[in-house]
Design a protein around this ligand. Structure first.
Ligand SMILES: Cc1cc2nc3c(=O)[nH]c(=O)nc-3n(C[C@H](O)[C@H](O)[C@H](O)COP(=O)(O)OP(=O)(O)OC[C@H]3O[C@@H](n4cnc5c(N)ncnc54)[C@H](O)[C@@H]3O)c2cc1C
Length: 580
């Protein structure tokens, strides 16, 4: 059995920042970091546009309260305002701290950190490293892991959370390289396992974003919060879905339909902000244009046009977007517009936590020994719709906080008691059972069917009939997963088919919880648009959804939203109609 005081699962921004925080403050605590990909290959590396912080370098009057207000309004008033306060108040110090670590933020003419506008943010407050911001930050954090000697289990896949007697005591993981299964015991576990974009068929997320941490949490009967809120980013490159960063619109790009119109002007909700309206609104507008036959040549995409920005600005500010267009479609955006349509991008929901990143259960009690941070967590700073550039900020602010809080928790605790043999045998048997399957359905086919199903039944617009039907069909897919799976590779060494089979279980579980949560929320709020309930309903639904598994069935309950910032600024933060 492997043992560490603290185990962090995930080497992206949240997990790496947490591990560095523990090592910096409590060097005598032993930390193990488990990651199914090398930490540098975590999805955080792909983050492009930037990280929000009210530094006031461009708009001198910017302040944390304005940032907090934009975040709460962007969330369609579902964010927990106590968490938003921590996020936005900590932003300035967080940027400076990253810079001291060595992150090379882009500069303005006077040598200050440059800041660009982003959707839903009142002021220009997004700090960036060209359009490769995640790359710049993650490299520094992973260097920190190496500097502090964090024990890395890279390319190890976590299969189970060990949750006994109301306490998390460790996990079960298998080494992808050797096939060896190990029980890892610890005083506390932090999940920083990222998002689930791969539940859908068109996504900006990497192949590893399969929602494993969410599935492992749900399987233990613990709740997942606000899973119906799936963010569609307006500008995925058509047809592949790869992201063209919001930085491109931040720098002044136009969205154009087949008539050559900047159509954002035609919708009252976005007429003022135009291309810089928040993502939920912009995605819906693009979807409406396409449905109305005003996609380019009547097709399923519109144009993102940057030609008017000029060559120099394109090359210096958004070089990666240009590279992506050329690499994937052979289109140079200096001369031609890029074809785009909405793509699944971000998961607002996740493992519910308090502001100290401790996971919480159904009746709001803290789950001993279990913490979560980053995209897999729902602390909830994004509510029903995340503003661009607030996720990197969340990962670093709450990653650091998670590191500090988990260390404080673990410092005086004894190692929990557990019987490793039971867990090791069960995991070994599970792998053997998967490898022994002799059915006829290939993993890639079942996965594609699931992705097409969730996209068709739980896309930008939803309704009860479609969601109910989708849920029935997921049951059939789950049945085939259990009884008719076919695996060719029966080896133990680097068996990526086996990993894919485990990930498919995550996708099925998470997909089902997303749909069940969406069915239950009979209103439209943020990213969740019900065509049968087109309005927001604060009286019945100004609350977080909790979805959990009981006897393999999904149950739904709720918990209240924290509106505590209203005490500071009563009128501004009280829920009201959202217009831009
Ligand atoms: C293309 C793209 C661009 C983006 N741009 C921006 C931006 O400009 N600004 C912004 O604020 N946000 C942006 N985002 C969102 C932001 O990047 C992510 O939300 C954030 O980086 C997530 O970080 P994380 O640490 O939570 O998880 P990730 O970086 O996704 O890392 C997850 C980790 O969990 C590990 N893991 C998962 N499952 C297992 C398992 N079963 N066993 C072991 N390990 C496991 C993985 O190995 C990985 O290390 C972007 C997202 C995308 C997809």
């Amino acid at each position: 059995m492997i043992e560490h005081d603290i185990i962090v699962v995930g080497g992206g921004l949240a997990g790496s920042r947490a591990a560095v925080a523990v090592a910096q403050k409590y060097p005598h605590l032993s930390i193990g970091m488990v990651s199914k990909v090398h930490p540098i290959r975590s999805h955080s590396i792909a983050a492009q546009g930037g990280m929000a912080a009210a530094l006031g370098n461009v708009d001198a009057n910017d302040d944390w309260l304005t940032h907090a207000f934009d975040t709460v309004k962007g969330s369609d008033y579902l964010a927990d305002q106590n968490a938003v306060e921590i996020l936005t108040k900590s932003a300035r110090a967080t940027i400076i701290d990253l810079e001291h670590m060595g992150v090379l933020f882009s500069r303005d003419g006077a040598g200050k950190i440059a800041q660009r506008p982003f959707g839903g943010h009142t002021n220009s407050r997004v700090c960036y490293a060209a359009d490769k911001t995640g790359h710049a930050i993650l490299h520094e954090l992973v260097s920190g892991l190496i500097r502090y000697g964090t024990k890395l289990y890279q390319e190890w896949y976590v299969m189970q959370l060990i949750y006994e007697e109301g306490e998390v005591k460790g996990l079960v993981a298998y080494c992808i390289e050797t096939g060896e299964v190990e029980v890892m015991r610890s005083k506390a576990v932090l999940f920083a396992t990222g998002g689930y974009g791969r539940v859908f068929n068109t996504t900006s997320n990497d192949f590893a974003s399969t929602g494993d941490g969410l599935c492992l949490t749900a399987i233990e009967g613990l709740p997942l919060q606000d899973m119906e809120f799936v963010q569609f980013h307006p500008t995925g490159l058509y047809p592949v879905g790869v992201l063209i960063s919001e930085a491109v619109r931040g720098e002044g790009a136009y969205l154009i339909n087949d008539l050559g119109d900047r159509f954002m002007a035609n919708y009252p909700i976005s007429a003022n902000k135009m291309e810089l309206a928040p993502r939920d609104i912009t995605s819906r507008n693009i979807d409406r244009e396409i449905r109305a036959g005003r996609g380019i040549n009547g097709g399923s995409y519109v144009h993102l046009d940057v030609r008017h920005l000029g060559r120099e600005k394109i090359i210096s500010r958004i070089p990666f977007a240009r590279e992506e267009g050329m690499r994937l479609l052979g289109i140079d955006c200096i001369d031609h517009p890029l074809p785009v349509r909405p793509t699944v991008h971000y998961s607002m929901g996740g493992i519910p936590t308090n502001i100290d990143c401790q996971a919480i259960g159904l009746d709001n009690h803290v789950i001993s020994g279990f913490f979560a941070a980053g995209e897999c967590a729902c602390v909830s700073v994004h509510g029903a719709n995340r503003l661009g550039a607030n996720s990197l900020l969340e990962c670093v602010v709450f990653g650091q906080r998670a590191g500090e809080k988990i260390a404080e928790y673990a410092i005086d605790r004894a190692m929990p008691n557990l019987n490793p043999t039971v867990y090791k045998d069960a995991a070994t048997a599970k792998i053997k059972a998967l490898l022994d399957r002799t059915g006829s359905t290939r993993i890639s086919h079942l996965r594609q069917e699931l992705q097409d199903l969730t996209t068709a039944h739980c896309g930008i617009y939803r309704d009860a009939a479609n969601l109910s039907n989708g849920l029935e069909q997921i049951q059939l897919l789950k049945h085939r997963y259990e009884h008719d799976l076919h695996i060719d590779d029966r080896g133990t060494v680097f068996n990526l088919e086996l990993t894919a089979a485990l990930e498919l279980q995550s996708l099925l579980t998470v997909g089902e919880i997303i749909m069940a949560s969406a069915l239950q929320r009979q209103e439209s709020r943020g990213a969740h648009s019900r065509s049968d309930y087109p309005h927001r309903d604060d009286r019945n639904f100004l609350q977080h959804t909790l979805g959990y598994l009981k006897d393999r069935e999904i149950k739904i309950t709720s918990r209240p939203v924290d509106l505590s910032l209203t005490q500071v600024d009563l009128d501004r933060f009280t829920p009201q109609e959202r217009k831009y």
